[in-house]
Design a protein around this ligand. Structure first.
Ligand code: SF4
Ligand code: SF4
Length: 454
């Protein structure tokens, strides 16, 4: 067994070497990814981060698993690639995640340095899949704006540096509110930079300049769900004075010219998936070569009626296949960088379980997840501070589905029990393929460095 990437030391310390048991039946650990690169079998342990290339004898032994103990298994048993048939790696992984979470928490400062702010829940578009349908449309009052700035001032810590994600609704409808919050932060000597999830429709020259100078906007995520006809009928902008598709594309160009990174996202389902190819060609022609432009696809979630009155957006398996196919085409066009990182044990989860991050709704309510901002989701308010520790602790609980117990990605794919999307599993095929490609890349670069060295 040749080590290509060393296991992570902090995990090796917590997961001691197992005793070798003669007369025991052994099998491959569930959380091991396997791929062949030519004649070489590569294994990656998703818990420990260890990537190895097998000797021929080991590869043959692997093909015979489950099998009784034999000496050829020893290195693989000691590195937790092969485990006794009755071993519970699911429980062991959860134990490791819990310990690592507790250790990290004990070392953390209590500062809140990331704020997702919804200056409004109103929107100028009417996408049928919007998860905020039914939410009361409100915009932040001046009183709440001041309280938001005071809350940030009280919680940003001695470094006085924060990151703001503007979210909505459509945040640009509340441009005045965003500007006032930024001015308040400047008065309080708080440094900030921001990102925004937006439909991009209102980003004219003046707003773009304000975004650069005052909002310190570095990154925007803009959803464009098809080419002109599809896009305009999905977005259904209210009071649109021109062609929204062309306008948004022009605004994207302007944002890029002003040094703002743009990640364009096509939300797709059965309604619009065939339009992907034309949209990819169009954005490739317009923005290819810009180092600040990225394009990616995402499945439509939820049970909302589309423009044909259909509620069935696509089965899980269909989304998995499409996501894999589309992401590969996007990579081929060079519109999204290939992530070559190997999967590792994730114990942090998303921002909703991060104590350094909060979401603030237009009424000043504080929640953990930007998609859950109603009264029952609040952990406090900007006026009273954090008042619901029970809900905070509930947010740290991971989800646990039967389908995940033997999935090789389980240690990396940490989802939260309270997450409204935790039951979804659409990226599995795409992730598996990406990780297996990453294993090969690591191995090839390792082999090259050995050849050079030798
Ligand atoms: S959600 Fe899907 S990818 Fe994640 S662990 Fe479960 S089965 Fe695997
Ligand atoms: S929707 Fe789920 S994954 Fe997204 S921030 Fe909320 S809890 Fe996290």
């Amino acid at each position: 067994m040749i080590t290509v990437v060393e296991p992570q030391q902090h995990i090796a310390k917590l997961w001691s070497e197992p005793a070798l048991k003669e007369g025991t039946l052994y099998r491959l650990m569930h959380y091991v990814l396997r791929v062949e690169d030519g004649c070489t079998v590569l294994l990656h342990n998703v818990v420990t981060g260890h990537l190895v290339a097998l000797e021929q004898q080991e590869a043959e032994m692997l093909g015979r698993l489950p099998a009784m103990y034999c000496p050829a298994m020893e290195p693989l048993i000691q590195s937790h690639f092969v485990v006794p048939a009755d071993y519970d790696e699911h429980a062991q992984t959860i134990k490791l995640q819990t310990v690592l979470r507790m250790l990290t928490k004990a070392q953390q400062k209590p500062d809140i340095t990331h704020y997702t702010i919804l200056p409004t829940t109103a929107c100028n578009a009417r996408c049928y899949y919007c998860f905020q349908q039914g939410l009361k449309r409100t915009t932040m009052s001046d009183e709440i704006i001041h309280q938001v700035a005071d809350f940030i001032n009280a919680h940003c810590g001695n470094d006085r540096k924060v990151r703001i994600s503007w979210f909505g609704g459509e945040p640009t409808i509340a441009a005045r509110q965003i500007s006032t919050i930024c001015e308040e932060l400047q008065k309080k000597n708080i440094m900030y930079r921001s990102s925004m999830t937006t439909n991009g429709y209102l980003f004219d020259q003046k707003m773009t300049e304000t975004a650069v100078d005052l909002w310190k906007l570095k990154y925007v995520m803009i959803s464009v769900d098809g080419t002109e006809k599809n896009y305009n009928s999905i977005k259904r902008f209210q009071n649109a004075k021109d062609n929204p598709y062309q306008r948004v594309m022009g605004n994207v160009e302007r944002l890029l010219e002003h040094g703002i990174r743009v990640s364009m996202r096509m939300n797709f389902d059965l309604n619009n998936y065939l339009d992907f190819f034309d949209l990819l060609d169009d954005v490739s022609e317009r923005f290819h070569g810009s180092p600040l432009f990225f394009f990616h696809v995402h499945q439509v979630n939820g049970e909302h009626e589309d423009s044909f009155g259909k509620k069935e957006h696509g089965k899980n398996e269909w989304f998995q296949d499409k996501l894999l196919e589309y992401q590969e085409l996007v990579h081929e066009k060079g519109l999204y960088p290939l992530n070559e990182e190997l999967p590792e044990l994730n114990f942090k989860g998303c921002q909703a379980s991060n104590d350094h991050s909060v979401t603030i709704n237009p009424q000043g309510g504080i929640s953990r997840c930007p998609e859950l901002v109603s009264d029952e989701d609040l952990i406090g308010t900007v006026r009273e501070g954090i008042t619901n520790p029970a809900l905070i602790s509930a947010w740290s609980k991971p989800s646990d589905f039967d389908k995940c117990v033997e999935c090789p990605l389980f240690p990396n794919c940490m989802k939260l029990h309270l997450c409204p999307a935790s039951h979804r599993c659409v990226a599995k095929k795409e992730s598996l393929t990406r990780f297996q490609n990453a294993m090969k890349k690591h191995y090839r670069s390792f082999s090259r460095s050995i050849q050079k060295g030798g």
